[in-house]
Ligand binder design. Structure first.
Ligand code: GDP
Ligand code: PGA
Ligand code: MN
Ligand code: MN
Length: 601
């Protein structure tokens, strides 16, 4: 290759190897320019993958429908390929690296025939970071290219910054749908055979068969969580499935809060929340991923490695998440598997009254009262974070922000109170390690089943979860050995339900009331009662000014029910037993102490 925009020898050699294996018709280097975006989205419109939305209402925005079998992350097809199966642990699928590479090499052979192979240089986090985290994705999907331009810092500037020597994560992606000469393409090419494979020792990613974001935008889950979690373990930092927000009190006191909730459990909403209590503001830093490193001051500083928002569409509305609606109204977005209105706009469940007619996510006519929802429950918007009207200026600062509190949360109809404060760091790690949530449509499989999802990282830990827990505990040693400087840990649950099935807590903007209590606790104020599970506010400790809510509901959402908690104990025992002697002994001790406190309560 002579006319290449880089002289990076490893990059050039890898591209040659992949091209020889996958035999694309042509290779295109992505520069990240507006012209390139226009060309690629025009091509996607021509091929039927994208439909251009009404430019008056949704400028430069597009509607995409996937194949109905390719709508979510596929956890059963996601592999951690460490040499030793013990390094992948009981929560990951494992295959030996050589075996996986042999299998996938057979699949990749000729798989880009009839297609273009795009070279997508990207950087996770700001390009001016002291240690920019580079990656290069090779993909045969122009939908992936367009999405990567929204979700990452991408293009020529990255290639220039890489020079001829920078290390990068090579990330190979194919939809697995070669075209014979003259064969017509389909709107959403993919393959029934799917592999999302990670090679943590060599820091490589190989993805095959899916075009869905979580499986194909390889900078996100694959790099910034699975591969980065391994780097973080080795180098003493944390790569986590967390939102990052800036909370400012009426007095102007700033608190930075990170929060880990499983997919489709409220991160994006909390990250851009519009407070309902006077004088408080929330600004967004990140909505899905936090990289947290110790600063020289001994505190944990968090950055958002992403550049866009890839958010759950259904439920997003002017009333629930007005800042997301404002972000989207600025255009430049891709909507996948939502419904299309007859006048070229988008609609999804939860966005007010449905229009009289829609084209649903399967491309069928849809009218109100239809048996199936118009939008897939895991339909997504993909939009530049720079368009968020409450974006904190710090979001782009390579130093990040010092984290005051970490929230763990899940979707639990019972048992878990609205908010609980951990007694100390190890107790906080226990809360994270035992975090549980009802499954959602963000991953293929059954929905609504309670499962343990430690630190909301079950699908994303790139190594043995027992070692991961130990790594979290070891963070207490920190940079300075001063555990006092670590964030305080809280456990939240916006999803507790009454017997009749309704949510006990109004959620969304009203969650600012919980944030206020957390801020007060960080100040050493705010009333809390010691319970066997941790510190829980009394109903009177929460600011409920102006909130139209039944006092009995507030008491119910805060309740620590001994019988419910005793029912959790055997489940936690069973969960911990999975990890054998890799489970840190202090976590067993936490469980024993909880059991004893419940008995004595
Ligand atoms: P993420 O995938 O963790 O980023 O979760 P999202 O913020 O996208 O929310 C997932 C779904 O949960 C959406 O349908 C939201 O409308 C809904 N949701 C988010 N926050 C709340 C809340 O506080 N209460 C309730 N009831 N639903 C919420
Ligand atoms: P989410 O991100 O956490 O916003 O749902 C996508 C995912 O985790 O699959
Ligand atoms: Mn996520
Ligand atoms: Mn989200």
């Amino acid at each position: 290759m002579s006319d290449t925009p880089t002289a990076h020898p490893e990059l050039l050699a890898w591209i040659d190897d992949v091209a020889a294996l996958t035999t694309p018709d042509r290779i295109v280097w992505c520069d990240g320019s507006t012209e390139e975006w226009t060309r690629i989205t025009d091509e996607l419109v021509a091929s039927g993958t994208l439909v251009r939305l009404d430019p008056g209402r949704r400028p430069n925005s597009f509607w995409a429908r996937t194949d109905p079998t390719d709508v979510a992350r596929v956890e059963e097809r996601t592999f951690i390929c460490s040499t030793d199966p013990d390094d992948a642990g009981p929560t990951n699928n494992w295959m030996a690296p050589d075996e996986m590479k042999a299998t996938m090499t057979r699949l990749y052979r000729g798989c880009m025939r009839g297609r273009t192979m795009y070279v997508v240089p990207f950087c996770m986090g700001p390009l001016d970071a002291p240690n920019p985290m580079f990656g290069v994705e090779l993909t045969d999907s122009p939908y992936v290219v367009a999405s990567m331009r929204i979700m990452t810092r991408m293009g020529s500037a990255v290639l220039d910054a890489m020079g001829a020597g920078a290390t990068f994560v090579p990330a190979l992606h194919s939809v697995g749908a070669p075209l014979a000469p003259g064969e017509a393409d389909v709107a959403w090419p993919c393959n029934d055979t799917k592999y999302i494979s990670h090679f943590p020792q060599t820091r490589e990613i190989w993805s095959y068969g899916s075009g869905y974001g979580g499986n194909s935008l390889l900078g996100k889950k694959c790099y910034a969580l699975r591969i980065a979690s391994v780097a973080a373990r080795d180098e003493g930092w944390l790569a986590e499935h967390m939102l990052i927000m800036k909370l400012t009190s009426p007095e102007g006191q700033v608190r930075y809060i990170a929060g880990a909730f499983p997919s489709a459990c409220g991160k994006t909403n909390l990250a851009m929340l519009e407070p309902t209590i006077a004088g408080w503001t929330v600004e967004t830093i990140g909505d899905d991923i936090a990289w947290m490193r110790f600063g020289a001051d001994g505190r944990l500083w968090a950055t958002n490695p992403e550049f866009g928002l890839f958010g759950v569409a259904p439920g997003t509305d002017r009333r629930t998440n007005p800042n997301a609606m404002r972000t989207l109204s600025r255009g430049n977005s891709i909507f996948t598997n939502v419904a299309l209105t007859d006048d070229g706009d988008i609609w999804w469940e939860g966005m007010g009254e449905p229009p009289a007619h829609l084209t649903d996510w399967r491309g069928q006519d849809w009218t109100p009262g239809a048996a199936t929802p118009s939008s897939h429950p895991n339909s997504r918007f993909c939009t530049p974070i720079g368009q968020c009207p409450v974006l904190a200026p710090e979001y782009d600062d390579p130093r990040g922000v010092p984290i005051d509190a970490i929230l763990f949360g899940g979707r639990r109809a019972t048992t878990i109170p609205l908010v609980t404060e951990a007694r100390d760091w190890v107790h906080g790690v226990y809360l994270g390690a035992t975090l549980s949530s009802e499954t959602t449509a963000a991953a293929a499989g059954r929905v609504g089943v309670v499962r343990r999802d430690p630190m909301a990282m079950l699908p994303f830990i790139g190594y043995h979860a027992g070692d991961y827990f130990q790594h979290w505990i070891d963070m207490a040693k920190g940079a300075t050995g001063d555990a006092e400087k670590l964030p305080k840990v809280f456990y939240v649950n916006w999803f507790r339900r009454a017997d009749d099935g309704r949510f006990l807590w109004p959620g969304f903007g009203e969650n600012s009331r919980v944030l206020k209590w957390i801020a007060e606790r960080l100040d050493g104020r705010g009333d809390a009662v010691e319970t066997p599970i941790g510190r829980v506010p009394t109903a009177s400790a929460l600011d409920l000014t102006g909130l139209d809510v039944d006092k009995a509901d507030v008491e119910a959402v805060l309740r620590v029910d001994r019988a419910e908690w005793e029912a959790e104990l055997p489940k936690v025992t069973e969960w911990f037993a999975k990890f054998g002697d890799k489970l840190p002994a202090v976590l067993w001790a936490e469980l024993d102490a909880l059991r004893a406190r419940l008995r004595d309560s």
